[in-house]
Design a protein around this ligand. Structure first.
Ligand SMILES: NC(=O)C1=CN([C@@H]2O[C@H](COP(=O)(O)OP(=O)(O)OC[C@H]3O[C@@H](n4cnc5c(N)ncnc54)[C@H](OP(=O)(O)O)[C@@H]3O)[C@@H](O)[C@H]2O)C=CC1
Ligand SMILES: C[C@H](CCC(=O)NCCS(=O)(=O)O)[C@H]1CC[C@H]2[C@@H]3C(=O)C[C@@H]4C[C@H](O)CC[C@]4(C)[C@H]3CC[C@]12C
Length: 294
């Protein structure tokens, strides 16, 4: 069986009255998802660290027609906070229909600097908190036959330069959630898992981090956010956005991985990626300098 009772066509009415958690909702794609869901008449529970931003997003959601909108602020570095957010949904709504896991912690677009603690911390934020929220939400999602939506990246399917810590956390999501999806199907658990494989999107933080060094044009965050909600509601296995570019990359990954690697590197202006000087006597460079042939 491919997937239980997946609807074929998306209709915004599908989200009316649904109870949805969106993480990383104070900016970027998460903020845009909150606005789409509000317009569709959903109940939204939003989370991120910055209370002042969340307050504004909640106000806008109410203006746009959300059935209800509230927020909980805190850091996903702490899995106890991740669980707390889901419990807030349980206490407020008594159930949950859709869990959208979207937040990421700060990282860098540069040569891997050898900082193992940064990877550990990023795994807590970008991966373990996703697992913790899923575990706590599962009884409610089973009850509602709901949806888990996991926002990932092409960097979680194919390695590229300068995103080693980030890429590791996104690959971890694929491994975990793809395995869990099998178990749900084997056990007839009617909870869908949608893994969203995104290319470069024009959010402020992504543009700040990479616009000086990436040759391809970013895709619009508003459309991206709508496609994520749509694919979750349709219970799709994976979303590829923007579709042509991402699906093409994944096809090449199977057919000609070496060629895909060359293509990925050719889209990066390596000269514009400045190697940060290591703090005095602490870090050893792990790769040759740009142009040294490594
Ligand atoms: N933009 C892009 O080009 C791409 C993005 N993606 C994926 O899309 C998703 C959204 O990315 P994007 O919108 O660009 O990112 P943004 O930086 O715009 O948003 C990140 C969100 O996460 C929150 N956040 C940051 N740190 C923490 C933390 N420690 N605990 C809890 N929340 C935190 C931020 O709010 P606050 O600071 O208030 O906590 C913010 O709401 C991510 O999963 C990303 O990997 C995938 C591919 C490409
Ligand atoms: C570097 C980003 C990590 C998140 C972050 O820390 N943002 C704040 C930076 S700021 O302090 O300056 O504001 C990455 C988040 C999304 C990444 C992009 C992505 O996932 C798609 C492409 C994957 C490819 O392998 C490399 C290029 C990407 C556009 C990639 C670039 C790094 C991110 C923007």
């Amino acid at each position: 069986m491919y997937f239980y009772s997946a609807p074929e066509n998306f209709n915004e009415e599908m989200l009316r009255g649904k109870r949805v958690i969106v993480t990383g909702a104070s900016s970027g794609i998460g903020e845009q998802m909150a606005y789409h869901l509000a317009r569709m008449g959903a109940h939204v529970l939003l989370t991120a660290r910055t209370e002042a931003k969340l307050q504004k997003v909640v106000e806008r959601c109410l203006e746009l027609g959300a059935a209800s909108a509230r927020f909980v602020s805190g850091s996903m570095e702490d899995t106890a906070f991740a669980e707390e957010v889901v419990k807030e949904a349980e206490n407020t709504w008594g159930g949950l229909d859709m869990l959208i896991l979207n937040h990421i912690g700060n990282s860098y677009f540069n040569y891997f600097d050898g900082d193992v603690d940064h990877i550990r911390k990023l795994l807590e934020t970008n991966f373990l908190s996703y697992v913790a929220m899923t575990v706590t939400a599962l009884p409610m999602l089973k009850e509602s036959e709901g949806n888990i939506v996991v926002v990932s990246s092409v960097a979680g399917k194919a390695g590229g330069p300068f995103v080693a810590p980030y890429s590791a956390t996104k690959f971890a999501l694929d491994g975990f959630f793809s395995s869990l999806r099998h178990e749900f199907i084997i056990d007839n658990v009617n909870v869908s898992i949608t893994l969203c494989i995104l290319g470069y999107i024009d959010t402020d933080s992504a543009m700040r981090a990479v616009s000086h060094a990436i040759k391809v044009a970013p895709s619009p965050k508003e459309e991206c956010a709508l496609e994520i909600i749509r694919s979750g509601a349709l219970r799709q296995r994976e979303l590829h956005y923007p579709p042509g570019i991402v699906s093409g990359m994944l096809l090449l990954r199977g057919l000609a991985p070496g060629f895909l690697d060359t293509l990925i590197r050719s889209n990066v202006v390596v000269e514009n990626v400045q190697r940060a000087p290591p703090p005095h006597g602490t870090r050893v460079p792990l790769a040759g300098s740009p142009g040294s042939g490594r």
